[in-house]
Design a protein around this ligand. Structure first.
Ligand code: OAD
Length: 253
Protein backbone atom coordinates (compact mmCIF):
# COMPACT_ATOMS: atom_id res chain seq x y z
CA UNK A 1 0.00 0.00 0.00
CA UNK A 2 1.27 3.47 -0.87
CA UNK A 3 1.23 5.91 1.99
CA UNK A 4 1.34 9.65 1.27
CA UNK A 5 0.77 12.26 3.98
CA UNK A 6 -1.81 15.03 3.61
CA UNK A 7 1.00 17.44 4.32
CA UNK A 8 2.99 16.31 1.28
CA UNK A 9 -0.09 16.54 -0.97
CA UNK A 10 -0.90 20.00 0.33
CA UNK A 11 2.66 21.24 0.02
CA UNK A 12 2.78 20.00 -3.57
CA UNK A 13 -0.59 21.53 -4.44
CA UNK A 14 0.50 24.89 -3.00
CA UNK A 15 3.97 24.90 -4.56
CA UNK A 16 4.68 27.23 -7.46
CA UNK A 17 8.33 26.29 -7.93
CA UNK A 18 9.04 22.60 -8.35
CA UNK A 19 12.23 20.71 -9.12
CA UNK A 20 12.40 16.97 -9.73
CA UNK A 21 15.48 14.74 -9.86
CA UNK A 22 15.06 11.35 -11.52
CA UNK A 23 17.29 8.31 -11.75
CA UNK A 24 17.23 4.87 -13.31
CA UNK A 25 14.41 3.67 -11.02
CA UNK A 26 11.81 5.77 -12.82
CA UNK A 27 12.50 3.87 -16.04
CA UNK A 28 12.66 0.44 -14.38
CA UNK A 29 9.04 -0.33 -15.12
CA UNK A 30 9.50 0.60 -18.75
CA UNK A 31 12.04 -2.22 -18.88
CA UNK A 32 15.30 -0.26 -18.57
CA UNK A 33 17.79 -1.95 -16.22
CA UNK A 34 18.99 0.10 -13.24
CA UNK A 35 22.68 0.36 -12.37
CA UNK A 36 22.65 -0.78 -8.75
CA UNK A 37 20.65 -3.37 -6.82
CA UNK A 38 20.33 -7.12 -7.33
CA UNK A 39 19.69 -6.94 -11.08
CA UNK A 40 21.71 -3.76 -11.66
CA UNK A 41 24.04 -3.33 -14.62
CA UNK A 42 27.02 -2.63 -12.35
CA UNK A 43 26.62 -6.15 -10.89
CA UNK A 44 27.35 -7.67 -14.30
CA UNK A 45 29.71 -5.10 -15.81
CA UNK A 46 32.55 -2.99 -14.44
CA UNK A 47 32.02 0.74 -15.00
CA UNK A 48 35.75 1.23 -15.47
CA UNK A 49 35.66 -1.17 -18.46
CA UNK A 50 32.73 0.51 -20.16
CA UNK A 51 31.96 3.99 -18.93
CA UNK A 52 35.22 5.91 -18.64
CA UNK A 53 37.31 7.90 -21.14
CA UNK A 54 40.17 5.45 -20.48
CA UNK A 55 37.99 2.47 -21.45
CA UNK A 56 37.03 4.21 -24.69
CA UNK A 57 40.65 5.05 -25.49
CA UNK A 58 41.62 1.41 -24.81
CA UNK A 59 38.83 -0.35 -26.66
CA UNK A 60 36.28 1.89 -28.40
CA UNK A 61 34.57 -1.07 -30.05
CA UNK A 62 33.88 -2.80 -26.73
CA UNK A 63 32.48 0.40 -25.23
CA UNK A 64 30.34 0.97 -28.31
CA UNK A 65 29.04 -2.63 -28.22
CA UNK A 66 27.78 -1.95 -24.73
CA UNK A 67 26.07 1.31 -25.75
CA UNK A 68 24.68 -0.34 -28.88
CA UNK A 69 23.21 -3.10 -26.71
CA UNK A 70 21.54 -0.48 -24.50
CA UNK A 71 20.29 1.50 -27.51
CA UNK A 72 18.75 -1.67 -28.98
CA UNK A 73 17.17 -2.53 -25.64
CA UNK A 74 15.71 0.91 -25.02
CA UNK A 75 14.69 1.88 -28.57
CA UNK A 76 11.39 0.02 -28.46
CA UNK A 77 10.49 0.88 -24.85
CA UNK A 78 7.78 3.33 -23.83
CA UNK A 79 7.49 5.82 -21.00
CA UNK A 80 5.47 4.61 -18.02
CA UNK A 81 2.92 6.27 -15.74
CA UNK A 82 5.73 7.80 -13.66
CA UNK A 83 7.19 9.68 -16.64
CA UNK A 84 3.68 10.76 -17.68
CA UNK A 85 2.81 12.04 -14.20
CA UNK A 86 5.83 14.37 -14.37
CA UNK A 87 4.56 15.76 -17.68
CA UNK A 88 1.28 16.61 -15.92
CA UNK A 89 3.12 18.22 -13.02
CA UNK A 90 5.15 20.33 -15.44
CA UNK A 91 2.03 21.50 -17.28
CA UNK A 92 0.44 22.87 -14.15
CA UNK A 93 3.55 24.38 -12.56
CA UNK A 94 4.66 27.99 -13.02
CA UNK A 95 8.29 27.24 -12.46
CA UNK A 96 9.40 23.66 -13.06
CA UNK A 97 12.57 21.80 -13.89
CA UNK A 98 12.98 18.07 -14.41
CA UNK A 99 16.59 17.16 -13.78
CA UNK A 100 17.39 13.66 -14.95
CA UNK A 101 20.43 11.45 -14.62
CA UNK A 102 18.94 9.10 -17.19
CA UNK A 103 20.27 8.90 -20.72
CA UNK A 104 17.39 6.77 -22.06
CA UNK A 105 15.32 9.62 -23.53
CA UNK A 106 12.06 8.36 -22.00
CA UNK A 107 11.21 11.73 -20.41
CA UNK A 108 11.43 13.29 -23.91
CA UNK A 109 9.30 10.49 -25.34
CA UNK A 110 6.70 11.11 -22.60
CA UNK A 111 6.52 14.80 -23.55
CA UNK A 112 8.51 16.54 -20.81
CA UNK A 113 9.85 19.87 -22.06
CA UNK A 114 11.54 21.70 -19.19
CA UNK A 115 14.33 19.20 -18.63
CA UNK A 116 18.04 19.07 -18.11
CA UNK A 117 20.05 15.92 -18.74
CA UNK A 118 22.89 15.82 -16.27
CA UNK A 119 24.48 12.67 -17.67
CA UNK A 120 23.86 13.32 -21.36
CA UNK A 121 21.82 11.39 -23.88
CA UNK A 122 22.21 7.94 -25.40
CA UNK A 123 20.69 9.14 -28.68
CA UNK A 124 23.21 11.92 -29.28
CA UNK A 125 26.64 11.24 -30.76
CA UNK A 126 29.66 13.50 -30.39
CA UNK A 127 32.84 13.56 -32.44
CA UNK A 128 36.04 13.08 -30.46
CA UNK A 129 37.83 15.23 -33.06
CA UNK A 130 35.70 18.14 -34.28
CA UNK A 131 33.22 17.95 -31.32
CA UNK A 132 30.15 18.13 -33.58
CA UNK A 133 27.06 16.69 -31.87
CA UNK A 134 24.00 15.26 -33.59
CA UNK A 135 21.03 13.06 -32.83
CA UNK A 136 21.01 9.52 -34.21
CA UNK A 137 18.03 7.46 -33.13
CA UNK A 138 18.89 4.28 -35.04
CA UNK A 139 18.89 1.38 -32.59
CA UNK A 140 21.68 -0.37 -34.48
CA UNK A 141 24.50 1.67 -35.93
CA UNK A 142 25.87 0.16 -39.16
CA UNK A 143 29.53 0.44 -38.16
CA UNK A 144 31.13 0.02 -34.72
CA UNK A 145 32.80 2.14 -33.59
CA UNK A 146 31.07 4.81 -35.71
CA UNK A 147 33.16 7.53 -37.34
CA UNK A 148 32.52 11.19 -38.02
CA UNK A 149 32.75 12.70 -41.49
CA UNK A 150 36.01 14.27 -40.33
CA UNK A 151 37.41 10.75 -39.88
CA UNK A 152 37.67 10.69 -36.07
CA UNK A 153 35.71 8.38 -33.77
CA UNK A 154 32.23 9.26 -32.62
CA UNK A 155 31.30 8.61 -28.99
CA UNK A 156 27.96 8.58 -27.18
CA UNK A 157 27.26 12.06 -25.76
CA UNK A 158 26.95 10.73 -22.24
CA UNK A 159 28.96 11.63 -19.15
CA UNK A 160 31.47 8.98 -18.19
CA UNK A 161 33.00 8.48 -14.77
CA UNK A 162 35.75 11.02 -14.24
CA UNK A 163 34.21 13.54 -16.66
CA UNK A 164 32.59 16.83 -15.64
CA UNK A 165 28.85 17.35 -16.07
CA UNK A 166 27.68 19.64 -18.88
CA UNK A 167 28.19 23.09 -17.32
CA UNK A 168 24.95 24.78 -18.36
CA UNK A 169 22.84 21.77 -17.36
CA UNK A 170 24.48 21.70 -13.95
CA UNK A 171 24.04 25.45 -13.42
CA UNK A 172 20.34 25.24 -14.28
CA UNK A 173 19.91 22.27 -11.95
CA UNK A 174 21.59 24.03 -9.03
CA UNK A 175 19.56 27.19 -9.60
CA UNK A 176 16.29 25.22 -9.70
CA UNK A 177 17.23 23.27 -6.55
CA UNK A 178 18.07 26.47 -4.70
CA UNK A 179 14.81 28.23 -5.74
CA UNK A 180 12.20 25.51 -5.49
CA UNK A 181 9.45 25.11 -2.88
CA UNK A 182 9.29 21.37 -3.45
CA UNK A 183 12.05 19.03 -4.55
CA UNK A 184 11.11 15.49 -5.56
CA UNK A 185 13.81 12.84 -5.84
CA UNK A 186 12.47 9.79 -7.67
CA UNK A 187 14.13 6.48 -8.48
CA UNK A 188 17.70 7.38 -7.67
CA UNK A 189 20.07 5.71 -5.23
CA UNK A 190 21.59 9.13 -4.45
CA UNK A 191 25.16 7.90 -4.44
CA UNK A 192 26.52 9.50 -7.60
CA UNK A 193 27.80 13.04 -7.17
CA UNK A 194 27.37 15.83 -7.97
CA UNK A 195 23.74 14.94 -8.86
CA UNK A 196 23.19 13.57 -5.36
CA UNK A 197 24.00 16.97 -3.84
CA UNK A 198 20.93 18.60 -5.44
CA UNK A 199 18.42 17.40 -2.81
CA UNK A 200 20.77 18.75 -0.14
CA UNK A 201 21.02 22.13 -1.88
CA UNK A 202 17.22 22.26 -2.07
CA UNK A 203 16.77 21.27 1.55
CA UNK A 204 19.30 23.81 2.81
CA UNK A 205 17.50 26.52 0.84
CA UNK A 206 14.23 25.64 2.58
CA UNK A 207 12.49 23.31 0.11
CA UNK A 208 10.20 20.50 1.21
CA UNK A 209 11.93 17.30 0.09
CA UNK A 210 9.96 14.28 -1.11
CA UNK A 211 11.66 11.02 -1.98
CA UNK A 212 10.02 8.29 -4.07
CA UNK A 213 11.80 4.95 -4.13
CA UNK A 214 11.15 1.26 -3.61
CA UNK A 215 13.60 1.29 -0.70
CA UNK A 216 15.38 3.76 1.54
CA UNK A 217 18.48 5.37 0.10
CA UNK A 218 21.43 7.55 1.01
CA UNK A 219 19.05 10.53 0.68
CA UNK A 220 16.20 9.24 2.83
CA UNK A 221 17.41 10.76 6.09
CA UNK A 222 17.20 14.23 4.52
CA UNK A 223 13.67 13.86 3.19
CA UNK A 224 10.59 15.41 4.76
CA UNK A 225 8.57 12.62 3.20
CA UNK A 226 9.79 9.24 2.01
CA UNK A 227 7.19 7.50 -0.13
CA UNK A 228 8.04 3.84 -0.55
CA UNK A 229 6.74 2.35 -3.76
CA UNK A 230 7.26 2.09 -7.48
CA UNK A 231 7.58 5.45 -9.22
CA UNK A 232 4.99 4.39 -11.81
CA UNK A 233 2.47 3.85 -9.02
CA UNK A 234 3.44 6.65 -6.61
CA UNK A 235 3.98 9.61 -8.94
CA UNK A 236 0.50 9.53 -10.53
CA UNK A 237 -1.02 9.50 -7.03
CA UNK A 238 1.26 12.22 -5.76
CA UNK A 239 0.62 14.44 -8.74
CA UNK A 240 -3.16 13.93 -8.94
CA UNK A 241 -4.78 17.26 -8.06
CA UNK A 242 -5.92 16.79 -4.50
CA UNK A 243 -9.65 17.05 -3.94
CA UNK A 244 -11.46 15.93 -0.80
CA UNK A 245 -12.95 12.98 -2.68
CA UNK A 246 -9.66 12.14 -4.36
CA UNK A 247 -7.84 12.02 -1.09
CA UNK A 248 -10.09 9.34 0.25
CA UNK A 249 -8.75 7.04 -2.43
CA UNK A 250 -5.29 7.33 -0.98
CA UNK A 251 -3.99 5.57 2.03
CA UNK A 252 -2.75 8.52 4.03
CA UNK A 253 -0.74 8.81 7.18
P1 OAD B 1 20.79 3.37 -9.51
O1 OAD B 1 20.73 2.09 -10.27
O2 OAD B 1 21.99 3.65 -8.70
O3 OAD B 1 19.56 3.45 -8.52
C1 OAD B 1 18.25 3.17 -8.93
C2 OAD B 1 17.35 3.48 -7.77
O4 OAD B 1 16.02 3.28 -8.20
C3 OAD B 1 17.57 2.57 -6.55
O5 OAD B 1 17.59 3.38 -5.37
C4 OAD B 1 16.34 1.65 -6.54
O6 OAD B 1 15.93 1.31 -5.23
C5 OAD B 1 15.32 2.56 -7.21
N1 OAD B 1 14.24 1.85 -7.92
C6 OAD B 1 14.29 0.67 -8.60
N2 OAD B 1 13.11 0.40 -9.17
C7 OAD B 1 12.29 1.44 -8.85
C8 OAD B 1 10.93 1.75 -9.15
N3 OAD B 1 10.17 0.96 -9.91
N4 OAD B 1 10.42 2.91 -8.66
C9 OAD B 1 11.18 3.73 -7.87
N5 OAD B 1 12.46 3.48 -7.56
C10 OAD B 1 13.01 2.36 -8.04
O7 OAD B 1 20.49 4.53 -10.57
P2 OAD B 1 20.81 6.10 -10.47
O8 OAD B 1 20.57 6.60 -9.09
O9 OAD B 1 20.10 6.74 -11.58
O10 OAD B 1 25.72 7.39 -14.16
O11 OAD B 1 22.35 6.09 -10.75
C11 OAD B 1 23.01 7.31 -10.88
C12 OAD B 1 24.07 7.20 -11.94
O12 OAD B 1 24.91 6.07 -11.67
C13 OAD B 1 23.56 6.92 -13.33
O13 OAD B 1 23.12 8.09 -13.99
C14 OAD B 1 24.75 6.34 -13.99
C15 OAD B 1 25.17 5.37 -12.90
O14 OAD B 1 26.46 4.93 -12.92
C16 OAD B 1 26.52 7.40 -15.22
O15 OAD B 1 26.50 6.54 -16.08
C17 OAD B 1 27.46 8.57 -15.24
Amino acid sequence: MISISHRALERLAAASRIAVLTGAGISAESGVPTFRGAEGLWRKFRPEDLATPEAFARDPRLVWEWYQWRRELIASLSPNAGHLALVELEKRSDEFLLITQNVDGLHDKAGSKRTVKLHGDLWTLRCTGCSIEFEDRRAALPELPPRCRCGRLLRPAVVWFGEPLPRKAWERAVEAAARCDIFISAGTSGVVYPAASLPLIAKRAGAYLIEVNVESTALSHLADEVILGRAAAVLPKLVAQPSPAGRQDLATT
